[in-house]
Design a protein around this ligand. Sequence first.
Ligand code: ITT
Ligand code: NA
Length: 199
Amino acid sequence: TRLILATRNAGKITELHAILADAGLHHDLVGADAYPEIPDVKETGVTFAENALLKAHAMARATGLPAVADDSGLAVDVLGGAPGIFSARWSGTHGDDTANLNLLLAQLADIDAPHRTAHFACAAALALPDGTEHVVEGRLQGTLRHTPAGTNGFGYDPILQPDGYAVTCAELTPAEKNAISHRGKAFRALVPVVRELLG
Ligand code: ITT
Ligand code: NA
């Protein structure tokens, strides 16, 4: 059966294919770009979970097919959890990873090591056309570098160093990142629910 990945973020789609396949999910996974006629829903929620559910429900309703969505971001402790749900448009331009990362680094320029704690958060939502829903969250705790390092991954990966590691997420291989990431944790927790509801 078909399961829609209700996202247009290429970095997420790449990771989700690997995470879901490794978890043994054998559905026909199709990204939102396969449905160009369906408009993006407004992310009006105030939490990752609310926004992930909004995106999953909108896609399931519009297609009549089950859909999973990912809402995620970086929460910086010294900024009170920002950029949080605004991570994709922190610089003002939605999806400009380089501008978003550079603005955040500038805002943290005077903050030194002990206070550079942060985490990635991901809400993974499943919605069925009949309105059935489920959402789970995962986190990856770490600290923020002053200078980006590494070219793997996307978004803020070059500046987040996971706790217990001496490298950034962008210096991990995709498999290493997925094994510990917020997205890996959230979607691996969602898989049993997908199995139970979709078979
Ligand atoms: P969709 O809504 O279509 O899924 P989006 O990019 O707008 O795509 P979000 O609103 O969830 O998605 O924004 C997520 C942002 O958080 C993303 O642009 C990154 O900057 C950041 N982010 C999320 N997961 C990340 C990860 O694993 N590594 C680095 N940055 C991440
Ligand atoms: Na969002």
